[in-house]
Design a protein around this ligand. Structure first.
Ligand code: FES
Length: 144
């Protein structure tokens, strides 16, 4: 990834409303995360400070600053899923994968999400791109 590569991804969003966020999403799509070397380039293209770019990245949970784990398990923590056991499922998965929600374990990352659109069939979980309704630790069977 060269500076020109990054500028090619970022520049088309320069004059859009909310362009910085669009550009950061584009970097996430292409590279899977936002590398520290991306920040000064984004700042330069949008004529803002690196601190402002960092602020945007830290505000939105979707922006990652580290390479993605092989498997990301997103567990719904919203009320409807909590009512049917998402907190208990979260604890079970934390034990199984020896990590904590919001932290990365051995090739597994557990993330909180607040509604996956499966409210009537919770607890809802997303494993990478796959949505799982009525999730349980047994149903997930993710290699750890
Ligand atoms: S509340 Fe969990 S999917 Fe909507």
């Amino acid at each position: 990834m060269t500076e020109d590569d990054i500028r090619t991804q970022v520049a088309p969003h320069q004059h859009k409303l909310g362009g910085t966020i669009h550009a950061l999403h584009q970097l996430m799509r292409v590279y899977g995360y936002i590398h520290p070397e991306h920040l000064p380039i984004v700042a330069d293209v949008f004529n803002i400070s690196v601190a402002e770019v960092r602020g945007i990245i830290s505000f939105y949970e979707d922006f990652k600053t580290h390479p993605p784990a092989a498997t990301t398990i997103r567990i719904c923590q919203a009320e409807a899923c909590q009512a049917v056991g998402s907190r208990e499922l979260t604890k079970e998965l934390e034990t199984t994968y020896q990590t904590k929600l919001g932290r990365r374990g051995n090739d597994i990352e557990l993330e909180a999400v607040y509604c996956l659109g499966l409210c009537a069939t919770g607890p809802a979980v997303q494993v990478n791109d796959q949505l799982i309704a009525k999730a349980s630790a047994e149903k997930l069977q993710v290699p750890g």
